[in-house]
Design a protein around this ligand. Sequence first.
Ligand code: KG4
Ligand code: ZN
Length: 334
Amino acid sequence: MNILALESSCDETAAAVVRDGRELLSNRIASQADEHRLYGGVVPEIASRRHTEAISLVTREALEQAGMTLADIDAVAVTYAPGLIGALLVGVNFAKGLAQAANLPLIPVHHLRSHIAANYLVYPDLKPPFLCLVVSGGHSHIVRVEDYTRFTVLGRTRDDAAGECFDKAARAMGMPYPGGVHLDKAAQSGDPHAFSLPHPHVEGSPYDFSFSGLKTAVINLLHRAEQRGETVNINDLSASFQHTVCEILCANTMKAAEQTGDTTLVLAGGVSANSGLRAAMEQACAARGMKLYVPPLSLCGDNAAMVGAQGYYEFLAGNTAGPDLNACATLPIE
Ligand code: KG4
Ligand code: ZN
């Protein structure tokens, strides 16, 4: 089954063709990051306008790269939630038009489910059930993937998402948007023990996260240094920050694994590109005899290939939509 998949939930307009949920036939992404960088973050209205401009071309490119026309496609999958509402609506409307014109089934896909499914494209042996840490710019979840379309959330962030926290700390350190990747690079030549930062816990919820206090600690530390005319070693601060975030993510995930008894852990979402997180999770999994699956860097961030992968399993579960499909800014993964 060939699925044409579309993604427009944030600032990447993407289209891909995926066969049977596992085989990537094409993958095109038009990123708007350069434009949003001027404003230090994603400007929702600009995002919607750029998606509108890019989506037809990106779709045509994805079909061409796969050596296909619409006649070779069996269904259209699209991200419909969660995300920026105006941005999502562009993809949803385009997918609806396409599905209706070509008389194809329309498959709505949850963005976080698709981040998890990115792993199916590269690990043929990976099958649910497994435990998953989904860490993106908007969400941080510890999820038990019971089956391809059945999820149980064990832990979640109470405030900022991990990626958001990376981006805000990076911005305070003068790095361009999106700062996570720059902070990761700076951290690689810093001392992770140079600064002692708080490890916020959520009372009574051992798997939940709270990152806003950590972000505030970094901002306050920089302000205090500025007031005293002192310079802060940005590499050291980046390394200390990254080390702290990864310790928190790792500790809670391992606690959840102990409870569920899962021996397979999967990472997903933009922050799974982080070198410190990958290393910490590798170490933690090796120490417990757990198997770790990490998406390749090319599939960590937003893309449509992962939508095609999850879309296949949604289709098998009968989760298709009619012409009244709408987008949702927020929607639980379960
Ligand atoms: O999953 P994603 O592409 O978009 C959302 O669904 O939100 O995640 C984007 C997030 C951004 O916050 C970005 O800074 C972060 O992932 N990110 C990283 C790295 N690469 C991307 N954070 C830390 N280290 C990285 N190497
Ligand atoms: Zn995402």
